[in-house]
Design a protein around this ligand. Structure first.
Ligand code: SAJ
Length: 423
């Protein structure tokens, strides 16, 4: 089996680094994305996301002719699908949102047109259990002339596997190489082909299972982290009530050899931990009680932080009766969903900043060192430097523990530190 040409569908936070890894291993890589701006940016040797080392890898791969991007799929020996699987809006406030598989469906149908006998198709997008089987059926509907694993088992023309990505944003390149991979082929032959493909750059172990288990592994990893963070967030609320420093508490408890509590924060963000547990909960709502509660605890943390801000405003006004609300300046430090990245998706920090902008009649300042411009929904004046905010604001709300915020802190004003770095 040789994979001379590899196509990656979806050139986002996972697809683009994966495409760059294959290209830097001298394979011809065709990146496919529906967004023309993304395609043009990559073909110009540039990138549209922030990820250490990725810019140089893409530049070199494009210059050497190993990576090109296009809006429509072309023939290749292997296809990797890394498109988003967002959640659909919930039907009611109490129902769990359902996953939206339309991007996978349209990717599968579009690559089906260019498939040839012997090709390998791998789904990497985080997906509910059973999606790989559905994807294979969608491709079979378009190509009745080819055989697929669900009908022809080991003898199928097309090999299909689910292999979840597990890389941590900010460390993607290193983790793509070093992490172990779970390889869930629909048949043994599918797994063997997928391992051969990943071994082009993966130095971690490739562990074989079936597609359904591989899908559940990915969901389980992120649901487990969500539950652990919910425990830390609940502790932070309890500690605030009983006047105990939660960070000192966790540091001390973690000295126990079998205790490893995670860190509290303003809530859980990103496109994975805050989303993936819902893929389990929506499938088995009566059984996934702990996961549903964890989601509720983490989802309600931003509102708790906003209440803290309201309390700080009230306290200042009580202490200084000359002041009016509109004279108070509030600074929010950090908008990204976690430290040292520019990614605002599902960011609790951004949601808190939005609520502050909506509720506060005075000046609001946003400090986000990883972003030079906010979207058109925001006034350009909102984004200010750390030094301006830390000198001028009356209330300082630390939302993300970016490296730039460590080792310096505002000298005056009230501090609401959701990350425990300005203690
Ligand atoms: N967070 C806390 N406290 C913590 C750890 C995280 O509040 O102690 C918050 C972060 O601030 C952030 C959110 O959780 O808002 C998620 O951040 P994260 O660093 O836990 O995870 P992600 O979303 O960047 O990446 C996760 C990783 N999954 C696990 O660690 C199990 C990564 O390995 C996955 O590849 C990724 O999801 C994914 O793509 O699914």
């Amino acid at each position: 089996m040789s994979f001379e040409t590899i196509s990656v569908i979806g050139l986002g936070y996972i697809g683009l680094p994966t495409a760059a890894m294959f290209a830097s291993n001298q394979r011809q890589v065709i990146g496919v994305d529906v967004n023309k701006h993304v395609v043009d940016t990559i073909n110009a040797g540039k990138i549209h996301i922030v990820e250490p080392e990725l810019d140089l890898m893409v530049k070199e791969a494009v210059e050497k002719g190993f990576l090109k991007a296009t809006c429509s799929p072309q023939s290749a020996d292997a296809f990797l699908i890394a498109v988003p699987t967002p959640l659909l809006p919930a039907d009611s406030p109490n129902s769990t949102p359902q996953p939206d598989l339309t991007h996978i469906q349209s990717a599968a149908k579009s690559i089906a047109k260019v498939l040839k006998k012997g090709d390998l198709v791998i789904l990497e997008s985080t997906s509910p259990v059973g999606t790989t089987e559905k994807m294979s059926k969608w491709m079979a509907e378009v190509r009745p002339d080819l055989s697929f694993p669900q009908t022809h088992d080991e003898a199928s023309d097309i090999r299909v596997a689910y292999c979840p990505e597990r890389v941590l944003p900010g460390h993607v390149i290193r983790e793509l190489v070093n992490n172990d991979r779970v390889v869930g082929g629909m048949t043994g032959a599918c797994s063997t082909a997928a391992i051969e493909l990943y071994k082009l750059f993966v130095e971690g172990e490739c562990v074989v299972t079936n597609a359904r288990t591989a899908e559940m592994v990915k969901l389980t990893e992120n649901a487990s982290r969500d539950v652990s963070i919910a425990f830390a967030n609940e502790l932070s609320i309890i500690c605030d009530n009983i006047n105990v420093d939660v960070w000192e508490l966790i540091g001390l408890a973690n000295r126990h050899p079998r205790v490893n509590i995670l860190q509290p924060g303003p809530g859980v963000g990103g496109h994975c931990i805050a989303v993936d547990p819902c893929f389990i909960i929506s499938a088995v709502p009566h059984d996934a009680k702990l996961m549903a509660t964890a989601r509720h605890v983490n989802n309600s943390k931003p509102s708790w932080v906003v209440e803290k801000i309201k309390l700080a405003i009230a306290n200042i006004l009580i202490m200084d009766s000359e002041k009016t609300v509109s004279e108070l300046k509030i600074a929010c430090y950090g908008l990204a969903f976690k430290p040292n990245i520019d990614d605002l998706r599902e960011s609790p920090a951004l949601s808190i900043a939005d609520q502050v902008i909506d509720m506060h009649s005075g000046v609001v300042m946003l400090v986000e060192p990883n972003i030079s411009k906010l979207t058109e929904n925001y006034n350009d004046d909102l984004l200010v430097d750390f030094d301006v905010a830390s000198c001028e604001a009356d209330i300082h709300v630390l939302l993300v523990d970016h490296t730039e915020f460590k080792g310096r802190r505002p000298i005056a004003g009230q501090i609401i530190d959701t990350r425990g770095i300005w203690k």
